[in-house]
Design a protein around this ligand. Structure first.
Ligand code: FAM
Length: 460
């Protein structure tokens, strides 16, 4: 039985050769041009980054090494008696590009359970946080503090050859992922419960243990939900804020700021926090701070808050389409966004939304809050289209996750993004391991000032 690290070690030389070939043969090809609008517009649509684990198609949604979410639900191993994919299998797929066997997934579960203990100073650090400190801030703090344990940082300080960086990055990544349930569980218990944290069960899978630490493992449907949740939130290619901040790799591609008759080549060779050879703990903590923004991962808490506010304002979950329309318009006219709708890349309903909707249809079809979410699905896109600004009026992943969690009793919305963060570790750390294996360079795109842009195009 070949373990994950052994398989990775076999794949690295092959991939290094492949990348060498691509750079030699295709290195001079142009991926696209960059306009001044894009420079002001959050770099939307600029193609300038390599991300191995997943690619996002505007219409089809995310594919992990070519596998869609329904493919993963069919092909990745499930737990005994369960149906949803185990996130351990998804991590294997992200790292190797291959579908693991049930036995290989079990190896990962066992390894994560074995590496799960927190140093006592990190436990104390979490325990000392005031309950009023947002769970995401506590999460990022704890992950930063775990840096104390970094194998990569120690190997770097000891002068390790860079060809070996991937090894300690792998070890740190496995340790970090393994410890996240204990961090997340502790934060939840401290902020919302009595502060008593149960222990990890060494024979169980990652999602079961996370559910146990949160206090919901008696409900097997909740555990199944967490398996699905951790799988679908894991990775969304490289340009989103949490992936990009924390751990990003950009190959040397040539870009041009263009107008009709002049080309200004710039050569950004990019990485962000991870590209500075900050270790996996520091890099992932940076990503978590990005995920904590309301236009990104925090949207999942905002969605439920917005729906509950609507329910309270309208006095019931039985509301007419007209009342909902009015509420949406009030949000828009108040200069706010409708949380859970729209996306920087997607132009259709997010398949991560669809997967959660299917889960709800199976497990909670008559829940009044789910019915409300379904009603919104029928109404919001029309209103956003009429409003006329949003490029994508369809729901994203965050429009659905909160309603599933609240059904099982996890009603504390401020906590939701922590679960997103646990899942996101799988995608960004898989990429970081490859960044080090492929020797990706420091990320450093070129910027201009407005004055410079004007000067550049004067008299043109
Ligand atoms: N409600 C109201 N207005 C919206 C909107 C929404 N849901 N989505 C986009 N717009 C507006 C947007 O604010 C912008 O207005 P201005 O021109 O006044 O700045 C305009 O429509 C064009 O924006 P866009 O090009 O369609 O979207 P962006 O690529 O700029 O932004 C999002 C993408 C996700 C930030 C944006 O759709 C949004 O704010 N959605 C609500 C928050 C949300 O659900 N975020 C979670 C995204 C999720 F997938 C994740 O990261 N977890």
């Amino acid at each position: 039985l070949i373990g994950l690290k052994e398989r990775l070690a076999e794949l690295i030389p092959e991939k290094q050769e492949e990348v060498k070939w691509v750079k030699k043969e295709l290195g001079a090809k142009v991926l696209g041009e960059v306009t001044v609008d894009q420079a002001y517009g959050g770099m939307r649509g600029i193609k300038g980054m390599i991300w191995e684990g997943s690619v996002l198609d505007a219409d089809e949604g995310i594919q992990f090494h070519g596998y869609t979410i329904p493919d993963c639900q069919k092909k990745l191993p499930a737990a005994d008696g369960g149906e949803e994919p185990l996130p351990e299998g998804l991590f294997w797929l992200l790292v190797t590009g291959e579908i693991p066997t049930k036995e290989q997934v079990k190896l990962v579960s066992t390894e994560w359970a074995a590496r799960s203990a927190l140093p006592s100073f990190v436990e104390e650090l979490i325990d000392r946080c005031p309950n009023t400190l947002h769970p995401m801030s506590q999460f990022a703090l704890a992950v930063t503090a775990l840096q104390h344990e970094s194998t990569f940082a120690k190997a770097y300080a000891a002068g390790t050859n860079k060809s070996k960086y991937w090894d300690s990055t792998y070890e740190d990544s496995m340790d970090l992922i393994a410890k996240l349930p204990n961090i997340a569980g502790r934060i939840y218990r401290n902020v919302f419960k009595d502060g008593k944290v149960p222990t990890i069960d060494m024979d169980k899978d990652y999602s079961y243990n996370l559910s146990k630490l949160l206090g919901y493992s008696d409900n097997k449907d909740f555990v199944e939900l967490i398996r699905l949740y951790l799988t679908i939130h894991s990775d969304h290619e490289g340009g989103n804020v949490s992936a990009h901040t924390g751990i990003v790799s950009l190959e040397a591609a040539t870009f041009y700021v263009c107008d009709s008759d002049s080309l200004f080549p710039t050569i950004p060779q990019t990485h962000l926090v991870g590209s500075a050879l900050s270790d996996p703990y520091l890099s992932f903590a940076a990503g978590l701070n990005g995920l904590a923004g309301p236009l990104h991962g925090l949207a999942n808490q905002e969605v439920l808050r917005w729906i509950i506010h609507m329910k309270d304002e309208l006095g019931s979950t039985e509301v007419s389409d007209e009342q909902i329309k009015e509420y949406i318009w009030k949000t828009l006219k108040g200069g706010q966004v409708v949380p859970g709708y729209g996306h920087a890349v997607l132009r259709k309903t997010d398949p991560r939304y669809t997967a959660q909707r299917e889960f709800a249809l199976k497990h909670l079809p008559t829940d009044p809050m789910f019915k409300l979410v379904s009603q919104l699905y029928n109404i919001v896109p029309g209103v956003l289209n009429e409003h006329g600004k949003t490029k994508n009026p369809w729901p994203n992943v965050d429009a659905h996750s909160g309603v599933l969690l609240q059904y099982y009793g996890l009603v504390e919305q401020d906590y939701y993004t922590v679960l997103f963060g646990v899942s996101r570790s799988l995608g960004v750390l898989a990429q970081l391991i490859w960044d080090r294996a492929l020797g990706m360079p420091l990320e450093r795109p070129k910027s201009y000032s407005t004055a410079h842009i004007k000067k550049m195009f004067a008299n043109k």
